[in-house]
Ligand binder design. Structure first.
Ligand code: GLN
Length: 483
């Protein structure tokens, strides 16, 4: 059961080969047996999953099922779930039971999907390795001594180990694409505004986007169809019709123009990863694509610009965690100031504190112009680079991550090294563009992801380009041994 894709499970449900109850029980059993090796779930929603499966089976019996009805989905623990603990990977929310559902959760509920559990993540989605979680690091199913990537590392590990057929992630600087790459998954970060952020705990609001992670582009297309759409509760969500993302998956790729940014293939890229990406480019040529060399001259500034903008926004967003209204409160506070100081001091982890301090500094009078305004100007230059590139090509192709999965502990004491894990992914967030990571091969037994970036709201075509590649390759079908 667990080796089926979402599309296969949905077809089996429709054909009455099995019920949602059977699928759900199979995945819950795998989580019970195997997640002690991975730590990919913070909360397993056994009771809720059984309830949801019952509702789904009734919908299927009545013939009013939707594409994801009866499919178990793991939700990143950043999405608020009514009545179920939502921690965002932080001690400060360890006791937080959300009083409402995030729009993404509502959409999955309305689709008849099953809530399997809430996945582990870097605290407040800050990280590239999942080592920053209050609930401990997540292990990569391809090698248990290595990280799954972050911050959606729990979602990535769970899907890669077949503990869930699909999971949600959020991507502020690469947190869907980088863990997808490190765990051999297909992940999509939508255009900013395509998926509602309501009830998705905010890290950096102008960059955050939720999106799907699964094994195939087809599964990702099915999930995006559920997640996308206008939401009156999120003023940055865009009022644009949601296409059927599965309808155009098989369109021809003949004549498609793919751009290779010369800055993505420089000395910082591991030579073996470069070889894998070059082989993928050849596949695209065989499918009829034409390859063009392009330049994104300002993208080398994306990491420094991001590490001003993201901390600035997080310092403001995380001000709400004060120990008063909800979340962790320190024991026996002397007075109000002591309560604030110790609740935040004891509730937040080291990386979150580092970001709040950097952000507060960058926004303070006298430094605002020098740091924050400068970073915003760079952000515009990066958007302009992409605008120029998309006047020449349809898609941009390159590596997702400069290295394969690294060892747990290898970069955790060197923040700059860790921050550079996102060197190829961050620019898309700064510009608000959609991007995907797709399995493209292996180096020393570890998965390599290829990144595809498209122009605004080209998700359907991006998925078509990814699906076309998955029809002629089988990297996405490889399973980690022991899972
Ligand atoms: N790794 C980046 C960071 O630490 C991006 C995280 C994300 O996309 N949520 O901020």
């Amino acid at each position: 059961m667990h080796n089926h894709t979402i599309a296969e499970l949905a077809a089996g449900l429709k054909a009455k080969k099995f019920s949602s109850k059977e699928i759900t029980e199979a995945f819950l059993k795998r989580i019970k047996e195997l997640d002690n090796k991975l730590n990919s779930f913070i909360t397993v929603c056994e009771e809720q999953a059984h309830k949801d499966a019952q509702i789904a089976d009734a919908m299927l019996a009545k013939g009013n099922a939707k594409p994801l009805t009866g499919i178990p989905i793991a939700q990143k623990d950043i999405f608020c779930t009514q009545g179920i603990k939502t921690t965002c990977g932080s001690k400060i929310l360890d006791n937080f039971i959300a009083p409402y559902d995030a729009t993404t959760i509502t959409h999955y509920k309305q689709a008849g999907a099953v809530l399997l559990g809430k996945t582990n993540m870097d605290e407040f989605a800050m990280g590239s390795s999942n080592e920053n979680s209050f609930y401990g690091p997540v292990k990569n199913p391809w090698d248990l001594n290595r990280v799954p990537g972050g911050s959606s590392g729990g979602s990535a590990a769970a899907v890669a180990a077949r503990l869930a057929p699909g999971a949600t992630g959020t991507d502020t600087g690469g947190s869907i694409r980088q863990p997808a790459a490190l765990c051999n998954l297909t992940g999509l970060k939508p255009t900013y505004g395509r998926v509602s952020r309501y009830g998705m705990i905010a890290f950096a609001s102008s960059l955050d986007q939720g999106g799907p992670m699964a094994r195939t582009a087809e599964d990702v297309a099915m999930m995006l169809g559920v997640m996308a759409g206008f939401d009156t509760k999120d003023s940055t969500s865009v009022d644009k019709p949601v296409p059927d993302y599965t309808a155009t998956l098989n369109d021809s790729l003949a004549g498609i123009k793919i751009g290779l940014p010369k800055e993505f293939f420089n000395a910082g890229l591991d030579a073996n990863i470069a070889k894998v990406i070059e082989a993928a480019i050849k596949e695209y040529e065989k499918l009829g694509a034409t390859i063009h060399s392009i330049s994104l001259p300002n993208c080398e500034l994306s990491v420094p610009a991001y590490y001003v903008v993201a901390p600035a926004e997080c310092s403001s967003n995380l001000a709400r965690f004060d120990g008063v209204r909800y979340g962790f409160r320190c024991a026996n506070p002397k007075d109000l100031e002591d309560l604030y100081k110790r609740s935040r001091g004891e509730g937040f982890g080291a990386e979150v504190k580092r970001r709040i301090m950097i952000g507060t500094y960058a926004l303070s009078a006298g430094y605002y112009d020098a740091y924050y305004l400068k970073a915003q100007k760079i952000r515009r230059l990066i958007s302009d680079d992409f605008r120029q590139a998309f006047s020449q090509v349809d898609f941009i192709l390159g590596p997702t991550s400069p290295s394969t999965a690294f060892k747990i502990g290898e970069k955790s004491n060197d923040p700059i090294k860790m921050y550079l894990s996102d060197i190829y992914t961050i620019a898309a967030n700064l510009a608000g563009l959609p991007g995907m990571s797709i399995p493209a091969g292996f180096v020393d037994g570890l998965p390599v992801g290829m990144q595809l970036l498209g122009n605004y709201f080209t998700e359907a075509r991006l998925l078509n380009v990814a699906h076309g590649y998955q029809q002629v390759t089988d990297w996405h079908k490889k399973t980690p041994e022991n899972f």
